[in-house]
Ligand binder design. Structure first.
Ligand SMILES: O=C(O)c1cc(C(=O)O)c2c(n1)C(=O)C(=O)c1cc(C(=O)O)[nH]c1-2
Length: 249
């Protein structure tokens, strides 16, 4: 078995990086939530209005915590250059700080809520968020708070897979859920490009920082953990009883 360490030189490091990306992609193929039964049913047009609304409401809980976990990562990055780049992720979700009126992802997700018939005040209240969703999101935020910064950045690498999934989702919603106001899909349309850019940035950092087989194993474990967060969130939504506050009729 060939092992690559920081002393193996440029060729060894390149081989290690290529191997890591291959293993990440293979893991994601198997464990990313594009394979979750709830997503498969969504893409086939099999979700009821209540189920789609429940997903939107519960995913808002995830969305609103993304800039929180990114702020935790930001505080642990060691250079101005890294922080300048990472802070963009907070603005992408919370909106531009320049007062230019650019909405962030959170506002776009609130509009998605309205497009499926959910009042923004309901989403903002947190009413109806399922216990399993709260635990999954807490797990992700606490992971980014407590694990190494390498692992925290690596856990965002699920975004390597998100843009393709979102493209599938946009097409499926346009085809199967005509009752959803099309403007609501803007969240996903914007996020496709942001997700590609962010995942490439995270991949570059991980390749730079994970120089030993042990560090690369930490990256894969963090990625697996994040796949489990996303999977658990969908399990909770999929298995909900239908008596939650999100089921507004
Ligand atoms: O809809 C999805 O399937 C999906 C997946 C993921 C992901 O893979 O973590 C993210 C998003 N969406 C998303 O919208 C988003 O802003 C986002 C940020 C992150 C992250 O870990 O930093 N993942 C994701």
């Amino acid at each position: 078995m060939s092992t690559v360490t920081s002393t193996d030189g440029a060729a060894g490091a390149a081989a290690g990086a290529a191997g890591l990306e291959r293993r990440l992609r293979a893991l994601g193929e198997e464990r990313y939530h594009h394979r979750h039964p709830f997503n498969l049913r969504m893409h086939e047009g099999e979700l009821s209005k209540e189920e789609l609304r429940r997903w939107v409401l519960n995913r808002f809980h995830y969305q609103r915590h993304i800039p929180v976990k990114d702020a935790l990562i930001l505080a642990r990055l060691g250079t101005s250059e890294l922080r300048r780049s990472w802070v963009r992720r907070v603005h992408d979700h919370d909106g531009s700080p320049d007062g230019d009126g650019t909405d962030g992802g959170i506002e776009r997700w609130l509009r998605l809520g309205e497009a499926v018939g959910l009042d923004r005040s309901l989403l903002l209240s947190g009413t109806g968020v399922l216990p399993g969703v709260r635990l999954a999101v807490d797990g992700y935020v606490n992971f980014c708070r407590n694990a190494t910064v390498l692992e925290a950045v690596a856990s965002s690498l699920t975004e390597l897979f998100a843009p393709d999934l979102m493209a599938t989702r946009i097409a499926a919603w346009e085809r199967h859920y005509p009752w959803v106001d099309r403007d609501g899909l803007r969240y996903f349309q914007v996020r496709v490009g942001q997700g590609r850019r962010d995942s490439q940035e995270a991949l570059r950092l991980v390749h730079e920082w994970a120089r030993t087989p042990e560090e690369r194993d930490l990256v894969l474990a963090a990625f697996t953990f994040k796949c489990d967060v996303l999977w658990s969130l969908l399990d909770a939504v999929d298995h909900a009883t239908g008596r939650e506050a999100s089921d507004v009729g």
